[in-house]
Design a protein around this ligand. Structure first.
Ligand code: NDP
Ligand code: BG6
Length: 484
C-alpha cells in the first residue's frame, strides 16, 4: 500500500454521484480508505448529478448509505464529511461544467470518475474540456462498458483521446482490483515452482468460471442490449484469461504488463460459424429455484420475449507457442446454483505410472484451483500415499493457501474499488485497461457475436438454479474433460 504522502491529488470528482455504483461501491470504498488513513489530507470529493440538492443534503445521503452497511466511526466520518462537496448539474451542458469548475478550480491534479452511463462519456468529455474542467493533467477514470462493440468502443476512446492523453486515462475492470486476481501475478511470477510448468507441456487445459446466483433484475434495460458475452466475457473473463496466459512481463510497470496482455488477446483464435457451433453455447434462464427460493425467468423480468444470453460457455484457444493445443474453457452465467468464481489449471497426468493394482486407479492429475469468490483461496491438489501398512493406495489432497485470514487488517475483505481508486489517485495505471487492450478484446467478442448471428444461434433455455444448458457440459465433455 502506498503511503498517503505519496498521493498528490487534491480533488476526486464522481460524475453520477447519486447512482448505484457510486452508492454501493465508490463511496463506501472511499470511506474505508479514509478510515485506514490512505486518503491524502485535503483531498476533496465532489459528487455530481442532476438531482437537485446541496452539499449538506448529499452528506446526509452518504452518511445514511454508509450507516446502512455498517456502524459508522464518528471520527472517520467527521474527516470524511469534511471532504464531501456536491454540484447539481448536467455534465453534458455548459452550466454543469461551470458549476463543477467552480468547485474544483485551483485543485490540481484532478481525478474525474465517470460513474455515468457510457452513452454520456463523449458529450461529458467535450463539455468538461470546453468548460476548462479537464486540463492536461486531469485523470479520467472510465467505467465499463466502453462501447458495445469495437466500433462504438473506438468512437468513445477517440472522444476521450481528444481531451486526455492515454497516460491519463484509467479504464476500470473491477476484477483487476480483486485481491486474488493480483495474487495470480504473485503466484506465477514470485515462485520459481510454477512458471516452468506453465506451458502446454504440462498443462492439459484451463477453466475459468464466473457463476452468479443473482438475476439481471432491474438492470435489464442495459443488460438486454449487451448479454453475458459483452457484460462479462469481453472484460472480466478475458482479463482473467490474460493474466493466466500472458508471458512474464519485464517488471510491473503498467505498460510492461499491458503489453503482455494485449499479445494474449491478439493470439485468441477468432470464431467463425463452424467453431461457434462447436465451441460455444448461449443460454438464457427460465423459471427455477435458486438458493431455495422460486426464481422467475429472464423474460419475465424483461416483460417480453428476448434473444439475449444470460449464460455463455466457450472454448478459447490462445494460438502461440506456450499454449498450442491447450483449450481454455470459459463459462459465466446469472442464476447459477451458487456464486463461484474460479480459475482451474488442470495439469496433465504423469507420463508413466509406476503404480499397479488399485493404486493405479487412484492416480489423479494435479490441479491448481484459484478461487476468487466467495472465498479467496489457492489450492493445489497433490497425490500422496494413504497412510497404512496394506497395499499402496494413493489419495489426492489439497495444499491450500486460504487468503481470508491473511489480510493486513485482520481479514476485512476489501472492496475491489478501494485498490483501484487509490491507484487512480496515485496515477498508477497497472491495474487499468489500455485502449489497444480493450479494442483487442472487443475484436474477439465481435467475432463471436457475428459468428452466432451467421450460425443463427439463439440462447438455449436453462432452469434458474442450474449450471446452464446441457450444451455447456457437452462442450467440455466431448474433449474427455469435465467442469470442476
Ligand atoms: P445509475 O443509472 O444508477 O446512475 C447514473 C448516475 O448518473 C446518477 O447519479 C444520475 O443522477 C447521473 N446522471 C445521469 N445523467 C447525468 C448527467 N447528464 N449529468 C450528470 N449526472 C448524470 O448508473 P450506475 O451507477 O449503475 O452505473 C454507472 C456506471 O458504472 C455505468 O457506466 C455502468 O455501466 C457502470 N457499472 C455499474 C455497475 C453497477 O453495479 N451499478 C457495475 C459495473 C459497471 P441524476 O439522474 O440525478 O442526474
Ligand atoms: C459487473 C457486471 O461488471 O460485474 C455485472 O456488469 C456482474 O453483471 C458483476 O454482476 C459481477 O461482479 P462481482 O465482483 O460481483 O463478481
Amino acid at each position: 500500500m502506498p503511503t498517503p504522502s505519496a498521493l498528490t491529488t487534491s480533488a476526486l470528482v464522481i460524475l453520477g454521484a447519486s447512482g448505484d455504483l457510486a452508492r454501493r461501491m465508490l463511496l463506501p470504498s472511499l470511506y474505508n480508505l479514509d478510515a485506514d488513513g490512505l486518503l491524502p489530507a485535503g483531498l476533496s470529493i465532489v459528487g455530481v448529478a442532476r438531482s437537485d440538492m446541496d452539499a449538506d443534503a448529499w452528506r446526509q445521503e452518504v452518511r445514511e448509505l454508509l450507516q446502512a452497511r455498517e456502524p459508522i466511526d464518528e471520527t472517520v466520518w467527521a474527516r470524511f464529511a469534511e471532504r464531501l462537496d456536491y454540484c447539481a448539474g448536467d455534465v453534458t451542458k455548459p452550466e454543469g461544467a461551470a458549476c463543477l469548475k467552480g468547485r474544483v478550480d485551483g485543485r490540481r491534479p484532478l481525478v474525474i470518475f465517470f460513474s455515468l452511463s457510457p452513452s454520456l462519456y463523449t458529450a461529458a468529455c467535450a463539455s468538461l474540456k470546453a468548460g476548462g474542467v479537464i486540463t492536461d493533467s486531469t485523470r479520467l477514470v472510465l467505467e465499463k462498458p466502453i462501447g458495445r462493440d469495437l466500433e462504438t468502443s473506438r468512437s468513445i476512446n477517440a472522444a476521450v483521446a481528444a481531451v486526455a492523453d492515454e497516460s491519463n486515462v484509467f479504464r476500470i475492470d473491477h476484477y483487476l482490483g480483486k485481491e486474488t486476481v493480483q495474487n495470480l501475478i504473485a503466484l506465477r511470477f514470485a515462485n520459481s515452482l510454477f512458471e516452468p510448468l506453465w506451458t502446454s507441456q504440462t498443462i492439459d487445459h484451463v477453466q475459468i468460471t464466473v457463476a452468479e446466483t443473482q438475476a439481471v433484475g432491474d438492470r435489464w434495460p442495459y443488460y438486454d442490449d449487451y448479454g453475458a458475452i459483452r457484460d462479462m466475457l469481453q472484460n472480466h473473463m478475458l482479463q482473467l484469461l490474460c493474466l493466466v496466459a500472458m508471458e512474464p512481463p519485464s517488471d510491473l510497470e503498467p505498460d510492461a504488463v499491458r503489453n503482455e496482455k494485449v499479445k494474449v488477446l491478439r493470439s485468441l483464435r477468432p470464431f467463425d460459424r463452424a467453431s461457434a457451433q462447436h465451441d460455444s453455447v448461449r443460454g438464457q434462464y427460465g423459471p427455477g429455484m435458486v438458493e431455495g427460493e422460486k426464481a422467475s425467468s429472464y423474460e419475465a423480468e424483461v416483460g417480453r420475449p428476448s434473444q439475449t444470453e444470460t449464460f455463455v460457455a466457450l472454448t478459447a484457444h490462445v494460438d502461440n507457442w506456450r499454449w498450442a493445443g491447450v483449450p481454455f474453457f470459459l463459462r459465466t452465467g446469472k442464476r447459477m446454483p451458487e456464486r463461484r468464481t474460479e480459475i482451474v489449471i488442470q495439469f496433465k497426468p504423469v507420463p508413466h505410472s509406476i503404480f499397479g493394482g488399485a493404486a493405479q486407479g487412484d492416480l489423479v492429475a494435479n490441479r491448481l484451483v484459484i478461487e476468487l469468490q466467495p472465498d479467496e483461496d489457492i489450492s493445489l491438489t497433490v497425490m500422496n500415499k494413504r497412510p497404512g501398512l496394506g497395499d499402496v493406495r494413493l489419495q489426492s489432497m489439497p495444499l491450500s493457501l486460504s487468503l481470508k485470514s491473511l489480510g493486513e487488517d485482520g481479514g476485512r475483505r476489501r472492496i475491489a474499488y478501494e485498490r483501484l481508486l487509490l491507484d487512480a489517485l496515485r496515477g498508477d495505471q497497472t491495474l487499468f485497461v489500455r485502449r489497444d487492450e480493450i479494442e483487442a478484446a472487443w475484436a474477439f467478442v465481435d467475432g463471436v457475436a457475428d459468428a452466432w448471428t451467421e450460425a443463427g444461434m439463439t440462447p438455449k433455455p436453462y432452469p434458474a438454479g442450474s449450471w446452464g444448458p446441457a450444451g455447456a457440459f457437452a462442450l467440455i465433455e466431448r474433449s474427455g474433460r469435465a467442469w470442476n
